[in-house]
Design a protein around this ligand. Structure first.
Ligand code: 13P
Length: 255
């Protein structure tokens, strides 16, 4: 039985701490009444403490959007896993925007995932092909490479708390969401790679879909056998839309 994990990736939003707190309070109200769903909000690092306070020790979990793999040191602008562990339970690693704009390579993603688990943080390892890669027919190859690199530093997958997010880059922020069937095909491939790496632990891992996920299409993803939640961008900034996605996950229940 996998409990669905719905995570809101706020990206570089909202602009002010008071708005981050209001948004977290609105999500908390819904999350506290949905025991069958793991609800996570991932604010900008600078708002983590405010959002954690707003979550108030209830059912709402807090996640970071990135981190460094080292404990301390001369890494200007970075946040270490030890620092995050005080404030967050989850951390997104390898989001395509960081791969694209911040030179987050497969190798760095692997180090970060291992460091997160080592500090008791649940990594949400994000993978996905670009439009060009999809057109070239190399989706399966890209997914295989990214997933194996992301998990390469983990000893065991079972009991690691790992979450994998399949986010096709072409679907992010475009309104051009993947079909449930296409997302399931890739999620099943990810599940098979997890089985190959750790036959005993693979079925524990929630696999999320991300990319233009909205209240209108969420249920279609949650109905798929290998999809156990969503990584939500734009819709996670609208309390009503995010609440509707959370309810859709609660209705369909654990896979
Ligand atoms: P959108 O839901 O805005 O497409 O963003 C998806 C995403 O990147 C979540 O990490």
């Amino acid at each position: 039985m996998r409990i669905p994990v719905i995570a809101g990736n706020w990206k570089m939003n909202p602009p002010r701490p008071s708005e981050a707190t209001s948004l977290a309070l609105a999500v908390r109200e819904v999350a506290d009444n949905l025991p069958g769903v793991t609800t996570v909000v991932c604010p900008p690092t600078v708002f983590l403490a405010d959002v954690r306070r707003a979550a108030g020790g209830g059912r709402l979990h807090v996640g970071a959007q990135t981190m460094h793999w080292e404990e301390t040191g001369a890494f200007t602008g970075e946040t270490s896993p030890a620092m995050l562990a005080e404030l967050a339970g989850f951390v997104i690693i390898g989001h395509s925007e960081r791969r694209q704009y911040d030179n987050e390579t497969d190798e760095k993603v692997g180090r970060k995932v291992a460091a997160a688990v080592g500090h008791g943080l649940r990594p949400i390892a994000a993978v996905g092909e670009t439009a060009e890669e999809r057109r070239a027919g190399s989706t399966a190859e890209v997914i295989d490479r990214q997933v194996r690199a992301a998990l390469g530093g983990l000893g065991r997958i079972g009991a690691s708390g790992l979450v994998v997010a399949y986010e096709p880059v072409w679907a992010i922020g475009t309104g051009d969401a993947a079909s449930g069937e296409d997302a399931q095909t890739v999620a099943a491939q990810i599940r098979a790679i997890l089985r190959d790496l750790d036959p005993g632990g693979a079925d524990e891992v929630p696999i999320q879909y991300g990319g233009s996920c909205t209240p209108d299409n969420a249920a279609e993803y949650f109905a798929q056998p290998d999809i156990d939640g969503a990584l939500v961008g734009g819709a996670s900034l609208k309390p009503d839309a995010f609440a509707a996605i959370l309810r859709a996950a609660a209705e369909l229940g654990p896979a």
